[in-house]
Design a protein around this ligand. Structure first.
Ligand SMILES: CC(C)(COP(=O)(O)OP(=O)(O)OC[C@H]1O[C@@H](n2cnc3c(N)ncnc32)[C@H](O)[C@@H]1OP(=O)(O)O)[C@@H](O)C(=O)NCCC(=O)NCCS
Length: 186
């Protein structure tokens, strides 16, 4: 059975994964959600105004009322900057499987932060929440995300054509990846 623990703070070498607060909305907007270089790889488009981000962060903060809600802001220990977010979604009580999604601000790409954050939540998901399987998918034109998945031990299970349609009305083929709790624990 999944043990739902909400969104506790998780510390890694360089990062603090923590709940978002309403006061983070400006940083979320400035650092990644207003930037098409980031959102082009996501389903929802870039925010044009901080008010859209305030609405989004309000929904996230409301989610924390439920112990089943797992949505972390990614903060840099050194500077205290909020550089991205990572979450579990589609938590399924029948299969005990879930999906993971993540995004980082462009100026922090390629410094290992995505891998560090994903490794930390996957460890939390398997060791503390007893999740059975964690899956993720990335657009084929976003190979860096697949690299992050492979670096933490996920394996590619296939490719799904036109799996998503993004905010620019483009269909994207996606690579789907997964890791089983049993594989992780070995
Ligand atoms: C995907 C994302 C989170 C990666 O975060 P990150 O902190 O840059 O990742 P890391 O630095 O840990 O690792 C990135 C790896 O991809 C590699 N990489 C970067 N660009 C690449 C490219 N065009 N092709 C192949 N590999 C690439 C890097 O070299 C690095 O591998 P290495 O450590 O072996 O050198 C970040 O790019 C991002 O937020 N993108 C926009 C949102 C997004 O794509 N979210 C995921 C949706 S599935």
């Amino acid at each position: 059975m999944i043990t739902y623990l909400g969104t506790p703070t998780i510390e890694t070498d360089r990062l603090i994964l923590r709940k978002l607060k309403l006061s983070d909305a400006q940083s979320v907007f400035d650092n990644w959600l207003s930037d098409e270089r980031v959102t082009d790889n996501l389903i929802r488009g870039a925010h044009k105004t901080v008010f859209e981000t305030i609405e989004r962060v309000t929904v996230i903060v409301g989610g924390y009322d439920s112990p089943e809600y797992c949505y972390w802001g990614i903060e840099l220990k050194g500077s205290g900057e909020l550089i991205g977010a990572i979450d579990f979604f589609n938590l399924n009580t029948t299969t005990e499987n879930c999906d993971v999604g993540y995004a980082l601000g462009y100026k922090w790409w390629n410094q290992g932060y995505g891998t560090e954050a994903l490794r930390a939540v996957v460890e939390f998901g398997f060791e503390r929440m007893n999740i059975h399987k964690i899956s993720a998918a990335h657009n084929l034109d976003n190979p860096a995300s697949g690299k992050v998945m492979r670096k933490i031990g996920m394996v590619q299970e296939g490719t799904i054509r036109h799996m998503i349609r993004n905010a620019k009305n483009q269909y994207k083929d996606c690579a789907v990846y997964g890791i089983l709790q049993a594989e992780y624990m070995k």
